[in-house]
Design a protein around this ligand. Sequence first.
Ligand SMILES: *[C@@H]1O[C@H](CO)[C@@H](O)[C@H](O)[C@H]1NC(C)=O
Ligand SMILES: *[C@@H]1O[C@H](CO)[C@@H](O)[C@H](O)[C@H]1NC(C)=O
Length: 259
Amino acid sequence: MENREKLHVAMFPWLAYGHLMPFLEVATFLARKGHRVSFISTPKNLQKLPANLPPSITLVELPLPRVHGLPDSVESTSDMPYNMVPYLKKAFDLLEPAVVEFLANSDVDWMIQDFMSFWLPQKTSRLGVKSALFSIFNASSLVFVGPPSLLVDGQVRAKTAEDLTVVPEWVTYPTKVAFRLHEVMNEEDFLDSESNMSVFERGGKLVQGCEIVAVRACSEFEAEPLSLLKKLYGDPWFRRGFCCPRIKDATKETRDGVS
Ligand SMILES: *[C@@H]1O[C@H](CO)[C@@H](O)[C@H](O)[C@H]1NC(C)=O
Ligand SMILES: *[C@@H]1O[C@H](CO)[C@@H](O)[C@H](O)[C@H]1NC(C)=O
């Protein structure tokens, strides 16, 4: 590859180790291919990353804005009880101006985002930066979540927790992938309400706003979900980009637990 084809890629994972680490894997992969990577997160999260990163990965530290209800020391889901996640999301959303300012003052070509930063694709497109969504969730899970048209603009994916315990009607292959009731029982995060945006709506907006959706899945395991997902997302939103988890990393993750 010639030099001018080398890209500057920014990455902005959700504030959870189960997201930071797979994003860092992709960052390392891109760095090995000769691209520059700006890895954006908050100070405490960046400090916990492995020290021996490739030199073409730059860590971009943005302080987490404080919000009422979120203790000062908290910067990721592993620092707090699960019911505080809505406050962490609020703080995460308040990072918007700082992320946009960083992009405006950089020569970033692509922004790889997580399923939380629904506000970002609109901003990146204005700055001439292309957006990709990297889903750490597999294809079966994304199919379960549903087509973006059903998730955004006041659509209601789930009125009650029970709605999330059944296989949705758009699934065309035999599967049992759905939540168990206890997993979603006290999860205001999954339900749309006046005051909070559900993770589903965030995801839907991102799928619509991004030029590429890359899924951490491979066709050997998920042929049917991947081909259905392509239909649900429609062209041009779903432009390949499947990332196979490496066996070594998969075992490590199970051992460390995923948040
Ligand atoms: C989310 O909505 C619920 C119910 O409307 C509300 O009680 C809660 O405080 C909201 N959470 C945040 C972080 O706004
Ligand atoms: C996809 O992820 C879901 C949720 O973690 C899991 O239940 C399912 O077994 C996974 N499917 C495959 C094929 O990996």
